[in-house]
Write a protein that binds this ligand. Sequence first.
Ligand code: PMP
Length: 418
Amino acid sequence: MTQTRSSSVTNFDSWKHAYAARAANLSVSEVRALFSVVSRPEVVSLAGGMPDVSALDGALIEEAFNSMMASRRNYALQYGGGQGDLRLREQIQEIMLLDGVQGSVDDIMITTGSQHALELLADLFLDAGDVVMVEAPSYVGAVGIFRHKEAHIEHVFTDEDGISPEALAEAADRMTAAGKKVKLLYLVPNFANPSGVTLSAERRQQVLQVCKERGILIIEDNPYGLLYFENQPPKALRAFDSEGVVYLGSFSKILSPGLRVGYVLAPPAIRDKLILANESAILSPATFAQMLVSEYLSISDWKGQIDRYRNLYREKRDAALEALEQYLPRVQTTKPNGGFFLWLTLPQGLNSKEMLPLAVTELVAYTPGTAFYGDGRGANNIRVCYSHPTAENVKVGIKRLSKVINLQLDLLDTFRAE
Ligand code: PMP
């Protein structure tokens, strides 16, 4: 990654007396803390969840840009409406249909990436102490937002088939019995960040039922659904319930995260509040970026580009699984059918956070599992992101990682034998 944080930004002390109390919940995430390390060229980074934008056809992006400047320059350089551009919203309808989601253009709102949608929704629904239920583990960026809102983050048991509906019902009822307000369920049902797992079709129905019975709003975050390798994932939850599910999509993974264009399909009851919240936060989503995306969609074979990404990430996933089998047979891994991530469970006794400096010495970086929990769990997990390095470097990275892990295991074995 190229970003670095200026030291003046991280010096919180001089204005400590003036911060709102909730600012204490804003801390440097473990992923962000790695930025400066992973930008070194000799380090293979399996850390940040970045798409491989080198697979984009640059000439096509330029063509979209030129076409936008020729035909819509004044519009692109002007403020826009708070809900986002109508033509882009119509194009988004077509994209969502690929996930089985039908929605009116009136219910779609453009956001500055789906991260922004999460922030708006959390702000709209969560008072301090309210419960938001999430997968175990869950997306670090969402956990960070919920923590900042001083919500109670309840991780619910999740396995290879996604979140458990029984555990979800049990957790919701337990929280309610304890006098808490259970407001939201946040889910990444397809090729989840960080675990790579997909919620089964059967469980989707059960999860919908559990939430409907209890008046819990579902946030369905789906940035990876179109990047499947073998089989297309089951239909989105939103395809079965237009009132109880807020559906989030993004162009970050199917096109480019630099454009910062995402979208929400909201139940009509929520939509107007969301648009007001969007206007209050940013006046209007960036017209320039919206126009560029819209133009790109209209002049290019964007589905062909998604296929290119799918083939590329499949190759990298295969490289990662092959290398894990070869070099780290004692480590358990999920086997994602799409997306960017796989989730390792290390043998008992190893601590991924403590091991990270050693890994960096071996020139490989990863994200420790604790980043994906709000409650300190995940110490013997690692998220491996295979999307950005070349397939060859994914293998090199895992080989380097194996050196660190196997050394730790040997030490543990020796210690236990004594
Ligand atoms: N949700 C999930 C599950 C993600 O993995 C990410 C990006 N890593 C986001 C939301 C935010 O993406 P963006 O704001 O770029 O659309």
